[in-house]
Design a protein around this ligand. Structure first.
Ligand code: NDP
Ligand code: OXD
Length: 317
């Protein structure tokens, strides 16, 4: 039996843990959420998977060599100040990427085609045609041009939108007007639909706020800027989002992520016009794909190859 892989994630259903055993039949798989069967001896466990791992757990594993995040984001994992100084691999996968692009394209199309307004009219049994701009009249600005941002950009372009991208380092992408960190002003001034696909770090904390919303283009064919966020909730100030919707600084919003999850039942956002809420499901990790990814990375590591999808812990993503 090969060294152990500890899973400190509460998956719903035993079958999800079985995916890892099927993928790695000769490895000892330890399900940490099965409290009754937790081993008391954590030696000879070289790998650990987490999302929001128990504080200090990974630090208490004497033979740990590589840590894995079950998601693309690693902010939860980096919250543990005792996290050992070991390689941290995040989840990058075709199914995760295309699911996110589906959600982003869906939200852009819902706002383009005024679906929230049609939903309200339908509820009142009113037959009324609303203005219908072309996708090509609208500039989608994506903040975060990593794996997910770049894929969403190419699919939005295929739908006819104009696409701008902003990231810490400038990208060179066909058909996307790319901006780097210091060019945020110019980027925002050319953005009608703002898409957040940023990781949560010290720099991105609260970045989507009133001051930023007022810098968005005021000449949108939709009558005002739209804000869409599927990155992390703590990058947005929800009280500012509400104020911006009330003042008209934002015309519509789609949010998949929130400062506190689940979103409080008291939040004003639930009942506001032109607000679409989904419960952090824009792109859920497929467990079979995750098990395959982790199995492949362990195989690479054990054959002396470089790990892929490594996190830069100092940058925070
Ligand atoms: P990547 O690491 O591939 O991309 C992150 C992008 O953000 C990069 O372009 C990076 O710039 C940019 N960035 C980071 N910090 C800054 C900054 N301070 N200023 C400007 N740009 C910055 O991540 P992914 O695309 O794979 O994922 C993005 C995020 O999406 C995840 O971290 C996670 O939070 C979220 N997510 C949400 C899901 C959901 O279901 N809602 C599902 C999956 C992910 P540069 O390229 O220069 O490094
Ligand atoms: C992720 C997420 O980071 O689902 O993968 O939020």
């Amino acid at each position: 039996m090969k060294s152990g892989l500890l899973i400190d994630v509460k998956f719903d259903g035993y079958g999800k843990y079985q995916s890892f055993q099927k993928q790695m039949p000769d490895r000892r798989i330890i399900n940490w959420s099965d409290e009754k069967n937790r081993p008391s001896d954590l030696s000879n466990i070289n790998y650990a998977i987490g999302w929001h791992p128990d504080k200090g757990l990974f630090a208490s594993m004497p033979d740990l060599k590589v840590m894995f995040s079950i998601g693309a984001g690693v902010d939860h994992m980096l919250q543990d100040p005792t996290l050992p100084d070991l390689p941290l691999v995040r989840f990058v996968d075709a199914s995760l990427t295309s699911r996110m692009s589906e959600w982003i394209c869906l939200q852009c199309l819902l706002h383009l085609r005024q679906q929230p307004s049609y939903d309200r009219l339908q509820a009142q049994r009113i037959w009324r045609e609303l203005p219908q701009p072309d996708a090509s009249d609208l500039r989608v600005g994506i903040m975060g041009m990593g794996v997910l941002g770049q894929d969403a950009a190419s699919k939005l372009i295929a739908l006819g939108f104009q696409v701008n991208g902003w990231s810490r380092t400038r990208k060179d992408l066909a058909a996307v007007n790319c901006f780097e960190g210091s060019e945020l002003d110019a980027f925002l001034a050319q953005t009608d639909i703002l898409v957040g696909l940023l990781p949560f770090t010290q720099e991105t904390s609260g970045i989507f706020n009133s001051e930023l919303f007022t810098r968005l283009s005021q000449s949108s064919a939709l009558g005002g800027p739209i804000f869409i966020n599927a990155g992390r909730g703590k990058s947005q100030l929800e009280s500012d989002v509400v104020l911006a919707l009330q003042s008209g600084a934002l015309r519509g919003v789609s949010l998949d992520v929130f400062e506190e999850e689940p979103l409080s039942r008291e939040s004003l956002l639930w009942n506001m016009d032109n607000v679409i809420i989904t419960p952090h499901v824009a792109s859920v990790s497929d467990i079979d794909a995750l098990a395959l990814h982790i199995g492949n990375q362990i195989e690479r590591f054990e054959s002396g190859l470089k790990l892929q999808c490594l996190v830069d812990k100092r940058a925070g993503y």
